[in-house]
Design a protein around this ligand. Structure first.
Ligand code: UD1
Length: 386
């Protein structure tokens, strides 16, 4: 492996990181003045369905280094990423370490870099659910405290950062990096008919183009407690009587459903149980859905961008702009509130929303421009007052 002194080490770990890093790697390699960047995959997600497909579909270069950490408890996984990332930083002497989002790999690599005096760049900074029972909230708060350059997707993020004592001159509102990926790939999205073809039940081969809802569930707060999980699955079953549901099942959720003996609740030809889908398959499914029911952060944003109503199965969101401007309604896990929200969507078509500022697909180039100026001036913020 060629040493990359002065390069930016870009870190990915888990599925939601991949759509954020893809446009950045492309922007860093843009002619005529490519910026030296290396891709480090921590290996937090390693299954083909959780990793491989995304690299291929999004044209992400093969990682320069794969740390191969795999799964574990939060402490073990975070510690293992740190242990394996430290020698990489020592060897490469990077100009900066760039991390995205809020997964365990994000905070682990930010902490290693900051302790070594290597500047940290955080893309998607400042989002807050104000719910410390969410592991991601802890990752967000800590990563932002460690970061030197903080790139935000919405105005609330700047307010959160300033309130936490982060100097405003380090915060840059650049828009939503996931929209770069969404706009670039929308024309290539796999039509839902292709993804759903051949599923048991005559319904799926004859379905109207948008006569279904998409469901995703994986947050510990929804799937780890068998009682909560059972209630949610019963609610999904009830919804499926009115609207067929497509449910790509995250490995952690599949494990919990099996362990709690709840498979039967999903045993219906009006619920299409799928393995985790690739980006292009998921984009096709979501873009044509009548509604999305989810506890994912990314899907709250993607549905807003696509104008598809989103019912968020959480008590809060760290992405308030998807509610105030977009198509998102946060309902939590209460069955009657979920049913009311579904009834509303079926009766009225749901929230229409509008596209938030700078969610137009040009975020990677804005980030690149700031980083380039910052590095050219010896990582000085004066040159990039933004
Ligand atoms: C992680 C992120 C979460 C993100 C989610 C998206 C943290 C704290 N959480 O949660 O923010 O929304 O990814 O998917 O970083 N597993 C596999 N194959 C894999 C990876 C995981 O089977 O490739 C299984 C393992 O049983 C593992 C479990 O899924 O124990 C959970 O994986 P983990 O990476 O710990 O957290 P996620 O729930 O995926």
């Amino acid at each position: 492996m060629v040493k990359s002194k002065g390069a930016i080490l870009c870190v990915v770990g888990a599925r939601p990181n991949f759509m954020k890093i893809a446009p950045l790697m492309a922007a860093f390699s843009t002619a005529p003045t490519p910026m030296p960047a290396k891709l480090i995959h921590t290996g937090q997600h390693y299954d083909e369905g959780m990793k491989g497909t995304f690299f291929e579909q999004l044209g992400i270069p093969e990682p320069d280094i794969d740390l191969g950490v795999g799964s574990g408890t939060h402490a073990v996984q975070t510690a293992e990423v740190m242990r394996r990332f430290e020698p990489v930083v020592d060897e490469h002497e990077p100009a900066a370490v760039l991390v995205v989002g809020d997964v365990n790999s994000t905070v682990a690599c930010a902490l290693v870099a900051a302790k070594k005096g290597v500047p940290v760049i955080h893309v998607e900074a400042g989002l807050r659910s104000f719910d410390r029972s969410m592991p991601e909230e802890i990752n967000r708060v800590l990563t932002d405290q460690l970061a030197d350059l903080l790139f935000t997707t919405e105005e609330s993020a700047r307010e959160n950062l300033v309130r936490e004592g982060i100097s405003e001159d380090r915060v840059f509102f650049v828009g939503n990096i996931m929209m770069d990926t969404l706009h670039r790939n929308l024309p290539r999205a796999v039509p839902p008919g292709r993804t759903l073809a051949g599923l048991p039940g005559a319904h799926w081969s004859t379905h109207e183009p948008s006569n279904y809802g998409v469901v995703t569930l994986h947050r510990p707060s929804n799937v780890d407690d068998p009682t909560t999980l059972k209630r949610l699955l019963e609610t999904l079953r009830e919804i499926s009587d009115r609207l067929p549901l497509v449910f790509p099942i995250h490995p952690r959720t599949g494990d919990r459903i099996r362990a709690a003996g709840l498979d039967d609740l999903l045993d219906s030809d009006r619920i299409a149980r799928l393995t985790p889908q690739g980006y292009l398959q998921m984009l096709g499914l979501v873009a044509h859905a009548q509604v999305v029911l989810t506890d994912s952060g990314g899907l709250q944003e993607e549905t807003t961008a696509l104008g598809v109503p989103c019912i968020t199965l959480r008590e809060n969101t760290e992405r308030p702009i998807t509610v105030t401007q977009g198509t998102n309604t946060v309902v939590g896990s209460d069955a009657s509130l979920i049913m009311n929200a579904v009834t509303d969507v079926l009766a009225t078509g749901g929230k229409r929303g509008r596209i938030p500022e700078l969610w137009e697909g040009g975020t990677a180039l804005r980030i690149r421009a700031v980083i380039q100026q910052w590095l050219e001036h010896g990582a000085s913020l004066q040159a990039v007052a933004g």
